[in-house]
Unconditional design. Sequence first.
Length: 131
Amino acid sequence: MKTEKSIEEVLQEEFLRERAAVLAKAAEKLTNTLRQLAHIEESIIKESKTISGPAFRENDHKGSIGETPPRNRSTLIEINQRIDHFNKVRDTAKIQYYYLIVTREALGLRKHHWVEEFYAIPPKKKYMKDN
């Protein structure tokens, strides 16, 4: 025995679907940005290891002791460029997180403690210094 839905019920269902779609879109944008941050961070870590690795010992270059090898210096510049990119993407993530919270608030969702844990934004990175 099927009863037809009233116009109000149909509109209410459509409204709920739209609310869910808006919330999902905000969460998806933030998730993608956090994935991008993780990828950038991996590349920073990988590149940082090459500076201190055996291929970059101080004795492997010509110049005075304590001077940063040219290859090391260019790698350091690249790492700092990636750190700058990381920090800019992080700023974007913070804005997207804010939009997610505002969207949740607008939809009547007031408790955000699990959101803070699930969408944790990593701290800002400091630039590496030349020794």
